[in-house]
Ligand binder design. Structure first.
Ligand code: ZN
Length: 142
């Protein structure tokens, strides 16, 4: 597969404070669905009570799911929203730091419990990003 690119234009910008106890991934997807955002760039900062993330095993084409049931700072979060199965899907990776500053991280899964989080969602317009199965990687890609 050759490199592909799209030119998008900037749309609305949502600046969000998530509720304590909410699900980091699901809440961002819910807000996007509610506001009809189907493409976006997402960043976030804050802290979580529990983290869930995954590592993609490239040869096996499957995710290894990991969980960290302690309090963490969100020390990095980058993601995007695109369309998957007809609705907004958040693809995000993050690092989480514990009380010693040690970090874990990966591909974010639902089930991350927010302590506090500030999120910025930058809508992308004039672009049609739909995830479909990619044979070579086993992933759902644009
Ligand atoms: Zn990922």
């Amino acid at each position: 597969m050759a490199t592909m690119f799209w030119e998008a234009s900037a749309g609305r910008v949502f600046v969000v404070r998530l509720a304590t106890g909410s699900d980091l991934v699901r809440e961002i997807e819910h807000l996007c669905a509610e506001q009809s955002v189907i493409a976006a760039e997402v960043s976030a900062i804050g802290a979580v009570r529990r983290a869930r993330y995954a590592y993609y095993e490239q040869p096996a084409h499957r995710y290894r799911e990991l969980e960290s049931a302690t309090h963490h700072e969100i020390t990095g979060f980058v993601g995007n929203v695109s369309e998957r199965d007809g609705r907004p899907f958040l693809h995000a990776h993050a690092t989480f730091a514990d009380s010693d500053g040690a970090t874990v991280g990966g591909h974010l899964l639902p089930g991350i419990e927010v302590f506090a989080a500030e999120v910025v969602i930058r809508e992308l317009l004039d672009v049609n990003l739909v995830r479909v199965h990619d044979e070579e990687t086993g992933l759902a890609l644009w």
